[in-house]
Design a binder for this molecule. Structure first.
Ligand code: AP5
Length: 214
């Protein structure tokens, strides 16, 4: 969890590789659907471009299908879902059916000034979805992905007005989940304003510590 630009995608991708888990990002799946002009993509596009949440029923069905795929059976990192209390309830029901559960909720805590600076400089890869930043995490070759050689682009929803709307939506709809997961004793908060490696190490420390307790 965390506001737009907290580093959810950056951290979840690296962590998934390190821990051998599936990385499931609802934002990435929705963007792939928009790029392929699927029916779901056509339904989601307008909401995404306005910085609004895509309707719960569309996203929840998509998550249910993705979690039922074989690679998720060994464990997964969900990035960008759940995003409101209704989605949290749906997730609980889906996981119950699959005889699985949530081990940890990592909340990446970062101030809004940092978020705006990060998102206005973000570059994403069309090929593998890797994230870069013009100043903080530049690619080795301009506008080319280090991982796959794909072209880098600026996301439609990273315009200033849309970033502000996404932050508003986060405050109103997603931030109540912090309290929800705290009450469930699943929440771990990490200061995410530092270097990506420092943030990653802190997450690994928390996850390993709690794994040892289990
Ligand atoms: P989504 O793609 O999930 O967007 P988001 O939550 O707004 O988050 P971002 O992807 O913008 O940020 P991030 O936290 O992943 O940061 P990142 O690692 O990229 O969702 C997009 C849209 O899809 C939503 O608005 C909605 O419409 C829809 N949607 C998705 N899920 C949904 C759901 N469950 N329900 C309904 N609708 C849904 O990093 C950002 C930048 O900062 C990068 O440039 C990166 O290089 C840089 N950076 C990262 N970490 C650091 C660091 N530590 N130091 C310096 N720079 C850093």
């Amino acid at each position: 969890m965390g506001p737009p630009g907290a580093g959810k995608g950056t951290q979840a991708k690296t962590l998934a590789v390190k821990l051998g888990l599936a990385h499931i990002s609802t934002g990435d799946i929705l963007r792939q659907n928009v790029a392929k002009a699927t029916q779901l993509g056509a339904q989601a596009k307008e909401y995404m471009n306005k910085g609004l949440l895509v309707p719960d029923e569309l996203v929840t069905k998509m998550v249910k299908d993705r979690l039922s795929q074989p690679d998720a059976a060994k464990g997964f990192i969900l990035d960008g879902y759940p995003r409101n209390l209704k989605q949290a309830e749906s997730l609980e029901a889906i996981l119950k059916e699959l005889a699985m559960g949530i081990d940890f909720v990592i909340d990446l805590d970062v101030d809004e000034k940092t978020v705006i600076e990060r998102l206005s400089g973000r570059l994403a890869c069309k090929g593998c979805n890797a994230n870069y930043h013009i100043k903080n995490m530049p690619p080795k070759k301009p506008m080319i992905c280090d991982n796959c050689g794909g072209a880098l682009y600026q996301r439609q929803d990273d315009k200033e007005e849309t970033i502000k709307k996404r932050l508003e939506v986060y405050r109103a709809e997603s931030s109540p989940l912090i309290e929800h997961f705290r009450k469930e004793n699943k929440l771990q908060q990490v200061f995410a304003g530092g270097d990506p490696e420092i943030v990653l190490n802190k997450i690994i420390e928390l996850v390993s510590h709690d794994c040892h307790k289990v």
